[in-house]
Design a protein around this ligand. Structure first.
Ligand code: DGJ
Length: 757
């Protein structure tokens, strides 16, 4: 199929590919993790974690960056890949592993970047120019975007500068390695160095090609009230992908995926995790090309990007995180969790104990006034709850928020419900003493409040004054969803409006917690690029408010878990996991969510039965045990619905006791709800001194033994006392034999404390 000249060109390129796999002066032992985290030898690069190597080099003729290895540590020279056959239909660039595949030049797989030049061409030819190695990872390395951070001991950054001589476009690939976490994060800057305008139509934050082998794809799918259900499938030839075009990360698919071998399990085998630090529309794609290589891409959604760059302007992609583990899917998750707790979540509450809370939503919905709210606060304090949260329905003067039909945008207290503003309620509530079981009478109830700042109801003063502030596409109808429209946060005046009213609200009273909700997707937008402009505006608002009010505990929410993503976690340490509060469904949702996100970030509440979403009735103890696996434990009911069940006090105490281990410990998903009637999880403190085991029976197996549950992650040689009682077993026994439990009823559950002797 090729003429002789084409064969010669291909053969020439292959020779250069082989030469590229040079030995690198790297050593994995005997030096500090940061000293050899990035080794650059000419134009060959090694990123080294404690248990991972990521190697690539520049192909000096083609200029492409060629991936050599991403996996368990390698050292020294690497064997060259066997030359692919040259008489095929796909050009050489389509037969090799590429770091930053651009459009054109014989690679027919999905590109990581697609640029429309001013002359209309969509071909790019990025060639290696130079690189820089920088110690650490600056907190503000990505202007206006959330990102990981770390000092010189935690991270090293390699920036590889590429240039397309034909179009005068520069691309900087920025890799940071966090050696302790076997994590590599990447973002891309594209800069227009020419004189005409260019348009970026597609840009992946991370793109990497895997060698030819069988691989699986694991992702999280769902919808409202059934978020983060795990799914796994074989990667076959062709493209598989998912994403969001909703303007937010969404319930439908989470911006996370893992690639594993078919044999990889929760605790064994290789797993590569990918997660985008971004809250907007995204795209995740894997493609097994005709030659068997598998490409993985994560970044902007091309349907929602058409970003124009004038001369001298730059587009920065969001950052994507990749972690590698050879301890299975569980090992991958623990690396994400530790990295995020220490190097993504910047709130001072990221690793500190969270107050147990009572949220008013499912208890009273919109049906309350000042005095009934105070009664709820009083009941909360009496139960031993530390934080009382008034949810939706407190605002709106001309258009009072008595249902979801009015009021959004008018952030003034409803004068009928709060004739003298919020202060009388907040002052009275924060004067209440929390009924602590240890008799401590010093602890006062704290007060939190719900807002949905990005939204407006047409029935509002704000909409009448600023109809042009909402997202709309010229003459097209402005589609309502939950009777509301979305304010366009790409507009500075909208960002300032939100910053100002939130500042006023927080300065007006003793409010120590905010739940920031967002209850619809984006339909009609003025342009595809508005999605990213919106996100930059949103992040400016988050950055300003979270730095201005660092003592406020911020919780993200989007009709439950519609915005459970790493972008939000940079600013807010916790997110409401799902509007589905059913104890049984929550096991699946929370286990799925924990594939990428630390349990410390999950809001999880006990609600009333029959459950408002599923109609199911499960025992209080089961609901409480499931909820305490989330870092932010709470109640979301009218205390009257507890029908005087006194066990609630003990359960709140237990939740507070397990909270430090859930927040800062390592999670082992011992048995998955999709595989068994007896799902189980273990949280182990980082020093392995304490652990807490959760075991559930979701369905009885009548007249049959229950399986033993083998623990993981303990100190093998140490002895552990169970629940402060007489039983003491070694870590080896607990991990290799395990423990057995029996349950008498449907929805049985057990929580066991383990303390190292
Ligand atoms: C959706 C949230 O997920 C709920 O928890 C609640 O806050 C409602 N919005 C209020 O409208």
């Amino acid at each position: 199929m090729f003429g002789p000249s084409a064969v010669q060109v291909v053969a020439g390129l292959l020779a250069v590919c082989s030469q590229g796999s040079v030995a690198l002066a790297q050593s994995q032992s005997g030096s500090s993790p940061s000293s050899n985290a990035v080794v650059a030898d000419g134009s060959s690069f090694a990123l080294n974690g404690d248990n991972v190597s990521y190697r690539f080099h520049a192909n000096v003729t083609a200029g492409d960056l060629i991936t050599d290895h991403y996996g368990a540590p390698v050292s020294g020279a690497l064997p060259s890949p066997v030359d692919p056959a040259v008489n095929g239909w796909v050009g050489l660039p389509g037969r090799v592993r590429r770091e930053f595949p651009a459009q054109g030049r014989g690679d027919f797989r999905i590109p990581a970047v697609r640029i429309r030049q001013s002359a209309g061409y969509t071909v790019s030819d990025f060639q290696y120019q130079s690189h820089d190695v920088i110690k650490g990872k600056n907190l503000n390395a990505l202007p206006g975007l959330p990102a990981t951070f770390g000092d010189a001991d935690d991270a090293t950054t390699l920036v590889v500068h590429l240039y397309d001589n034909y179009s005068s476009v520069a691309a900087d690939l920025s890799y940071s390695v966090f050696p302790k976490y076997d994590a590599i994060v990447r973002s891309v800057n594209v800069t227009n160095k020419g004189e005409g305008n260019i348009t970026i139509d597609d840009l992946a934050s991370f793109s990497v090609d895997f060698n030819y082998e069988d691989l699986d794809l694991i992702s999280l799918r769902g919808d409202w009230a059934r978020e983060t259900n795990r799914q796994r499938s074989r990667i076959n030839y062709g493209v598989q992908g998912f994403g969001s075009n909703t303007g937010y990360s969404s319930h439908l698919h989470n911006p996370f995926f893992a690639i594993t071998h078919p044999s990889t399990t929760e605790s064994q085998g290789e797993a590569w995790g990918f997660n985008l630090i971004y809250t907007g529309s995204f795209s995740a794609e894997v493609e097994k090309g005709s030659q068997g290589l598998t490409r993985a891409l994560l970044g902007f959604n091309p349907d929602k990007l058409s970003w124009s760059l004038g001369p001298g302007e730059t587009l920065t992609s969001p950052e994507a995180v990749s972690v590698y583990s050879k301890d299975g899917i569980g090992g991958m998750s623990r690396k994400f969790h530790r990295l995020y707790r220490n190097h993504l979540m910047k709130s001072k509450f990221a690793t500190s104990n969270r107050p147990s809370l009572l949220n008013s939503w499912e208890g009273v919905y919109f049906d309350f006034n000042q005095s009934s709210m105070y009664t709820l606060a009083e009941q909360s304090a009496a139960l031993g709850i530390s934080l009382f949260v008034m949810d939706d329905g407190w605002f709106g003067d001309e258009y009072p928020r008595l249902s979801d039909n009015a009021g959004l945008g008018d952030w003034v207290p409803n004068p009928d419900r709060f004739p003298n503003g919020l202060n009388p309620l907040i002052e009275a509530a924060t004067n209440l003493t929390v009924n602590e079981t240890d008799g401590n009478t010093d602890k006062k109830l704290r007060f939190g409040i719900w807002v949905e700042p990005e939204m407006v109801n047409p029935n509002s003063t704000l909409y009448h004054e600023h109809p042009d502030w909402v997202l709309h596409a010229g003459p097209y109808p402005r589609t309502l969803r939950r009777n509301q429209l979305v304010l366009n946060l790409a507009l500075t005046e909208v960002q300032d409006f939100i910053i100002d009213f939130m500042t006023e609200l927080l300065n007006s009273a003793d409010i120590s917690y905010i739940k920031w909700d967002n209850n619809r997707g984006q339909h009609e937008t003025p342009s595809p690029s508005n999605d990213h402009a919106y996100m930059l505006g949103l992040y400016r608002v988050y950055e300003t408010l979270s730095s201005r009010f660092p003592d406020v505990l911020w919780e993200g929410c989007a009709s439950g878990g519609g915005r459970f993503d790493a972008g939000i976690l940079h600013y807010f340490p916790q997110i409401w996991t799902s509007d589905n509060t059913d104890g049984l469904d929550r096991i699946t949702i929370q286990f799925g969510n924990s594939l990428a996100y630390p349990p410390s970030a999950m809001g999880a509440h006990i609600s009333a039965v029959p459950n408002h979403q599923t109609g199911r009735t499960v025992p209080l103890e089961f609901r409480a045990h499931v909820a305490m696996m989330g870092g932010s434990f709470g109640l979301e009911l009218d205390p009257a619905d507890l029908q005087g069940d006194e066990t609630i006090h003990g359960l709140i105490d237990l939740a507070e006791r397990v909270n430090p281990i859930v927040l800062n410990g390592d999670l082992y998903r011992l048995r998955l709800p999709e595989d068994t009637r007896w799902p189980a999880a273990l949280f182990v403190s980082e020093d392995k001194g304490q652990a807490v085991l959760f075991v559930f029976q979701t369905q009885p197996y009548v007249n049959h033994l229950t399986p033993w549950v083998q623990l993981q992650g303990l100190d093998e040689g140490a002895s552990y006392r169970l629940d402060g009682g007489e039983e003491v077993y070694t870590g080896a026994t607990l991990m290799n034999l395990g423990l057995q439990f029996s349950f008498e009823t449907d929805y049985g559950s057990r929580v066991v404390f383990l303390e190292r002797e």
